[in-house]
Design a protein around this ligand. Structure first.
Ligand code: GDP
Ligand code: GDP
Length: 438
């Protein structure tokens, strides 16, 4: 399931303040190929238990009026193309400006829902002044202060109400084929990998329309392994400008990720893992996706003894921590080395993601682990865990019932997760632990 909210508005109205508040401490994916544009940002957040993508389409640095004109067009176009809902931000401290009007004109013409967010309503005086924004004629208007957070909840309630009823948190069907997405930065070898895979055999079974506008699902049957590859490549040429194209490609990649069960994350062996790779990795992990890391261009690495791969892997795992129980495979798309291994591992990860541990087995193992190492006493009371059960969700989730669920600290949660991983195979799969009162 993919749902994307874009924040648009002229510079300095508070878009990035709002965006950062949504993401809190979470890492955004920043597209900092700036020409005239300020960094564009992309991230995920959740509200009322519903997860969605957020795009801050960026501001533009001060220039001539022409620059403004083309920049707002670009910004609005990206937002309309890529988002399901638009948040149009304005500034109560300044009032309605010409640029606001120009943007409003463009936004009124879209069929997408537009929420007018009048920002910087920090106090009641501003609240009064802000009423002038009713004159812009948008049905949905919200007064908020991104700085203090007041009013942001109402806006987010309205935004999440637009989301379709969530199919995400139901189990994967018995006969569903695994859906993979190949992810990675430009030039890492994504198309080479695809060509290497499909060049082997005539493998395409059929094209299936994606569930969102921008993805293609292709059904493959490769060496008796069936899977669906989700791709966003080459759908439409959106823009002649390179920085726009890159931003579109990030957004597209994340939509493909949303629809995938397992992400095949390519990194460049020669360059090593980059901060952007880690951002994509943790985004996939937060979205509960299965992950296989493919270290591509391994042919370029000199002296490939076992040790080289082992050291490389050790290093990589450190960079991927805390969640690093993932398969890592060294491939060359060019020489077609171990690429099929990559697919096999992705299928294994898919199986792990579907794994359901029987409650009796789960309790036997996990209660033993709890006995072997007890949660530390908090405020004089002993913490006990009485019962564990796996929830019927797509991302393996476990509910631990305890007398004091809120007093269980992170290190102990980590211990429980490690025990789960040690006893049951969840390699490549993020798991979620919930603690409930019993
Ligand atoms: P952007 O260019 O639209 O992304 O705007 P920024 O988020 O960079 O904010 C521009 C300025 O407005 C910054 O100095 C912010 O601190 C300030 N600002 C943002 N939100 C609020 C708010 O709710 N109240 C007030 N008083 N200032 C705000
Ligand atoms: P994409 O942008 O991620 O789709 O990357 P491409 O598949 O277009 O590859 C970018 C460049 O890397 C091309 O010049 C490829 O020939 C090269 N490349 C891809 N895979 C390998 C590999 O395994 N080894 C080497 N040496 N080069 C590769």
């Amino acid at each position: 399931m993919s749902f994307t909210v874009a924040i648009v508005g002229r510079p300095n109205v508070g878009k990035s303040t709002f965006f950062n508040r949504l993401l809190e401490s979470r890492k955004a994916i920043v597209d900092d190929v700036s020409g005239v544009t300020r960094d564009r940002q992309y991230g995920i957040t959740d509200w009322n238990g519903r997860t969605f993508n957020v795009i801050d389409t960026g501001g533009f640095v001060v220039g001539s009026d022409d620059v403004f004109e083309t920049e707002i067009r670009k910004q609005v176009k990206i937002a309309i193309d890529e988002a399901d809902v638009l948040v149009f931000m304005t500034d109560a401290a300044v009032g309605i400006t010409e640029l606001d009007e120009a943007m409003a004109d463009m936004l009124r013409r879209t069929k997408r829902p537009v929420f007018l967010a009048v920002n910087k309503v920090d106090n009641s005086e501003r609240q009064l002044a802000a009423t002038e924004f009713y004159s812009m004629g948008f049905d949905s208007i919200f007064f908020l202060s991104s700085m203090t957070g007041s009013g942001t909840g109402e806006l987010l309630d309205a935004v999440t109400e637009m989301m379709p009823v969530d199919a995400e948190e139901t189990e994967i069907g018995e006969n569903e084929l695994p859906r993979f997405a190949i992810m990675g930065q430009p030039n890492v070898g994504k198309s080479s990998l695809l060509n290497a895979l499909i060049g082997e055999e005539r493998t395409i079974v059929s094209d299936i329309a994606g569930t969102t506008r921008d993805t293609i699902h292709t059904h493959y049957n490769l060496y008796q392994k069936e899977f669906i590859l989700i791709d966003t490549a080459g759908i439409r040429k959106k823009s002649k400008e390179k920085d726009d194209l890159e931003f579109y490609s990030i957004i597209r990649a994340i939509k493909a990720m949303d629809e995938a069960d397992v992400c095949l994350l390519l990194i460049d062996a020669d360059k090593g893992i980059t901060a952007q790779d880690i951002n994509i990795y943790s985004l996939a992990a937060r979205k509960g996706k299965g992950i296989v890391v493919l270290v591509n261009k391994w042919d370029l690495i000199e002296g490939k003894e076992t040790n080289t791969a082992r050291d490389y892997e050790k290093n990589l795992k450190q960079r991927l921590a805390p969640f690093n129980d993932v398969p890592i495979v060294f491939i060359s798309a060019k020489d077609k080395t171990r690429i099929f291994k990559g697919i096999e591992l992705a299928i294994e990860v898919f199986e792990n993601k579907k794994r359901k541990v029987q409650t009796s087995v789960l309790n036997e193992v996990m209660l033993k682990a709890v006995q072997a190492y007890r949660a530390p006493v908090v405020r004089g009371h002993a913490i006990t865990i009485k019962y564990v059960t796996q929830l019927p969700t797509q991302t393996p989730s476990f509910a631990f019932f305890s007398n004091f669920p809120d007093d269980i600290k992170q290190p102990y949660k980590n211990y429980l997760e490690n025990q789960l991983r040690k006893n049951f195979d969840f390699k490549g799969v993020p798991v979620r632990l919930f603690f409930r009162k019993k």
